[in-house]
Design a protein around this ligand. Structure first.
Ligand SMILES: *[C@@H]1O[C@H](CO)[C@@H](O)[C@H](O)[C@H]1NC(C)=O
Ligand SMILES: *[C@@H]1O[C@H](CO)[C@@H](O)[C@H](O)[C@H]1NC(C)=O
Ligand SMILES: *[C@@H]1O[C@H](CO)[C@@H](O)[C@H](O)[C@H]1NC(C)=O
Ligand SMILES: *[C@@H]1O[C@H](CO)[C@@H](O)[C@H](O)[C@H]1NC(C)=O
Ligand SMILES: *[C@@H]1O[C@H](CO)[C@@H](O)[C@H](O)[C@H]1NC(C)=O
Ligand SMILES: *[C@@H]1O[C@H](CO)[C@@H](O)[C@H](O)[C@H]1NC(C)=O
Ligand SMILES: *[C@@H]1O[C@H](CO)[C@@H](O)[C@H](O)[C@H]1NC(C)=O
Ligand SMILES: *[C@@H]1O[C@H](CO)[C@@H](O)[C@H](O)[C@H]1NC(C)=O
Ligand SMILES: *[C@@H]1O[C@H](CO)[C@@H](O)[C@H](O)[C@H]1NC(C)=O
Length: 677
């Protein structure tokens, strides 16, 4: 009060000084504002959040914004950060870590909340581009699928909850569903928090995002056609490649380096990609305090889903370093659909989750996946343990037995599991497992891998029984090599190409290869055809390339094809595993030469001069310049003849397909995630 009075009674000079001071403060404020903006533009892009829990108050989420020191981020039950890098690298990044002193179900729910909240708008745009885009045209059929998914979740959630105190498998199935419930809570919260998102949140849609592969077979069983893309009649376009090479270390010792590479195939509108790492400190059961062997799981994923869907995983534990890849198998045998049932048997997501957390070796991973086969998500799986190779037994293993297990699901459906032990030079480092409705077949690959130096899967069953059961053998008899496990173009490409594929770069080149000869051939007239599959097979050379792209064929063009390549590599005795990932349909780098260089070529210019002056003596400088430019462009086109342009929505005929939030041009290079925890 007295201060104010003093100002009132102050001299003119004093007043003047105080207004100067105010002005100065104002300038400071403006400077501060700019500084703040500069600082903001230098934010690190990692949006962080922590979920806290207490008995009294329940769950509480705290958003920390960007530019936090991630190592010091408050732990709570679950902490996470998310970077939206899709437009610069093709991948967003999400890392989640939970505190193992909390109960497992609390960890799972909190991990779900934090992910759902941080990625809520991406979940919406991914849904808009995929499930909602399809269902807007098939709403009644979609409702039937959603009902079936809801029913399945309700049944397995309560079934697992009753058993989780004593059975590790059901405990982890239970945690899978708990994490999705948490994700729903977080997604809802995130949606309400951001003022500009008006979309509703529907938990069935989240179940769908977690069951993308299951829906493929489920719709056949239910006689629903929400996805009748004729391309689905071809063998699956995804491929996996396992390679072992000798490597000499700097100190002269030799070791083996193992690579597992994987191409996912899918619709281009599903390319909202996130690389995720979950470090969830779970225990064996809800009563057993022992920690699970699989501590961290890294995978190439999508918004809203707690499993990869691709399928591609890297799993680290105390005594194992495993990688897993899955490639799609097709079933052409109508009778087999009877064995598809996700309420009687367990969908693939919870089985993969349990296998990742509970297995410390490849055989245990395979057995976990084999149990409770729902007949959905038919795939061939490669499972490899990098840490196991130096333990591989040398010399012949004699007992090459086959184990057959039969499980009766109901009076019509039997599920057969067959495993063949590897003979030869060893076992226990790599497994192949093929699972189709009613049947799982597996074999130890270790010896074969050491002898052949590689193994590949490309949508055609290796096991004869599986090929016969799914009628792939019949398809081969009708349509030829495209359906042959040993003679299909991809099989031949791997056979010939594996020798040179001994480094990250050369493996990338192999995995993303296209048939340029077939691509450039627009002279041969495509014959008339009536059968949809036959029409597609006219361009089999393009569809059966490892880096197949449905947008570059001439007939039945689809914005569908190979959408990424991931490669994990590690030596058998180090302890690091390195991931390199590319998010883009395959394309070739343009040749080094450029327009400026061609223009400089005097030969070109000289011939234009002579041609031009001979025919048209009145030609002026500008016209000459244009002619030179045109000539140069033609030359560049010739040079570019053998290159495959990156996919670009706005330049393609698919620009009207929903692709909300996706980059326009897909020319991303290799990306190596750097994890913080
Ligand atoms: C499947 O649906 C189609 C029409 O949508 C129908 O013609 C056909 O009879 C159905 N098949 C079975 C086995 O129900
Ligand atoms: C790799 O090293 C092993 C010995 O560790 C050797 O037997 C094998 O021939 C080597 N393979 C190649 C392709 O050099
Ligand atoms: C060579 O280096 C590797 C990895 O650094 C190490 O494991 C190995 O023991 C070394 N060998 C020798 C002979 O020093
Ligand atoms: C799964 O099996 C149960 C019991 O046999 C049956 O009631 C249900 O309709 C089946 N589900 C589907 C999708 O066929
Ligand atoms: C694999 O893991 C299972 C379960 O942890 C264990 O029972 C089995 O002995 C292991 N097998 C090998 C070959 O280490
Ligand atoms: C493998 O690489 C060599 C040397 O770079 C090359 O000559 C050969 O053609 C390549 N082989 C294949 C099948 O690409
Ligand atoms: C590539 O396409 C050409 C012509 O269409 C075909 O002759 C050739 O076999 C194909 N190459 C591969 C590796 O599939
Ligand atoms: C074949 O491709 C070339 C170069 O892209 C083009 O100029 C030509 O018109 C095409 N021919 C046909 C028959 O489409
Ligand atoms: C094209 O070539 C010229 C001359 O060699 C060089 O200066 C320029 O940087 C090149 N441009 C690109 C995009 O590589």
């Amino acid at each position: 009060m007295s201060k104010m009075l003093k100002v009132v009674g102050a001299s003119w000079l004093q007043t003047k000084i105080s207004s100067y001071v105010l002005g100065f403060l104002g300038v400071l404020a403006i400077i501060a504002l700019f500084a703040g903006q500069i600082e903001r533009s230098q934010e690190d892009g990692n949006y962080a959040a922590t979920v806290f829990y207490s008995e009294k108050t329940g769950y509480r989420i705290e958003f920390w914004g960007q530019s936090n020191k991630l190592a010091d981020l408050p732990r709570g039950v679950a902490r996470a950060y998310f970077r939206l890098d899709m437009k610069t690298t093709g991948w967003s990044l999400l890392e989640v870590e939970t505190d193992g002193t909390y109960r497992d179900d609390i960890q799972a729910y909190a991990a779900g909340i934090v992910e759902g909240a941080l990625t809520s708008h991406l979940i919406h745009s991914h849904l808009d581009n995929t499930v909602r885009a399809v269902c807007s045209q098939h709403d009644r059929q979609c409702d039937r699928v959603k009902d079936e998914l809801d029913k399945s979740v309700n049944i397995w959630k309560s079934y697992a909850a009753e058993r989780e105190a004593t059975d590790p498998f059901w405990h982890h199935v239970s945690l899978y569903y708990t994490q999705i419930s948490g994700m729903y809570t977080g997604w809802k919260h995130g949606t309400e928090r951001s003022t500009n998102t008006k979309s509703d949140t529907d938990i069935s849609e989240l179940f769908w995002l977690n069951s993308m592969a299951d829906v493929v077979e489920l719709q056949r069983k239910m006689n629903i056609t929400i996805d009748n893309n004729p391309v689905n009649k071809l063998p699956g376009l995804s491929s996996a490649f396992l390679r072992v090479v000798n490597e000499t270390l700097e100190n002269g010792t030799t070791t083996k380096r193992i690579y597992l590479a994987h191409n996912a195939a899918g619709s281009y509108s599903s390319m909202t990609r996130i690389l995720k790492k979950y470090k969830l400190s779970y225990h064996k059961t809800s009563t057993d305090e022992a920690a699970v062997p699989g501590l961290s799981v890294e995978f190439s994923g999508y918004p809203g889903s707690v499993t990869s869907q691709d399928e591609f995983y890297i799993i680290r534990g105390d005594n194992h370093r495993m990688a897993v890849s899955g490639t799609t198998l097709r079933n052409y045998n109508k009778k087999l659909w009877k064995s598809v049932n996700i309420t009687e048997q367990l969908p693939v997501g919870p089985r993969v989750t349990a296998a990742n957390k509970l297995s410390a070796n490849v055989s245990s991973w395979g057995r976990t996946l084999a149990a409770h086969n729902s007949g959905t998500a038919a795939k061939q799986w490669l499972v490899v343990d990098f840490a196991h190779f130096h333990r591989v037994q040398q010399g012949k293993v004699k007992d090459k037995k086959e184990i057959v297990t039969e499980i009766t699901v109901n009076k019509d459906v039997k599920h057969t599991i067959i495993h063949r032990w590897g003979g030869g030079r060893g076992r226990g480092a790599a497994w192949l497992l093929e699972q189709v409705p009613g049947r799982t077949q597996s074999a130890d690959l270790t010896a074969a891998l050491l002898d052949n130096h590689y193994w590949a899967t490309y949508g055609l069953p290796f096991f004869k029984d599986v090929a016969e059961l799914t009628h792939v053998t019949k398809m081969e008899a009708i349509y030829g090599k495209m359906f042959s496990e040993s003679e299909s173009p991809r099989s031949v490409t791997f056979k010939q190409g594996h020798k040179n594929a001994t480094s990250i770069d050369s493996i990338i080149q192999l995995m993303r290869m296209n048939n340029i000869t077939a691509l450039n051939d627009n002279q041969t007239k495509l014959p008339e055809c009536s059968d949809e599959l036959n029409c597609i097979l006219e361009e089999a050379d393009l569809w059966s390339a490892l880096g197949a792209r449905g947008d570059i064929v001439r007939r039945h063009q689809e914005a569908y094809g190979v959408i990424d390549t991931k490669i994990v590599s590690g030596t058998t005795d180090g302890d690091s595993l390195d991931l390199v990932a590319i998010s883009s349909p395959p394309f070739t780098e343009p040749p080094k030469l450029n327009l400026t260089e061609i223009k400089m070529n005097k030969g070109n210019v000289a011939s234009i001069y002579t041609d031009a002056f001979d025919d048209e003596p009145t030609i002026d400088g500008l016209q000459i310049r244009d002619l030179v430019k045109q000539k140069a462009e033609e030359e560049l086109e010739m040079l570019n003849k053998d290159t495959l342009q990156p996919f670009q929505w706005s330049e393609s005929s698919f620009n009207d397909i929903t692709h909300e939030g996706l980059p326009d041009k897909w020319a991303f290079g290799t990306f190596k995630p750097q994890w913080s925890w």
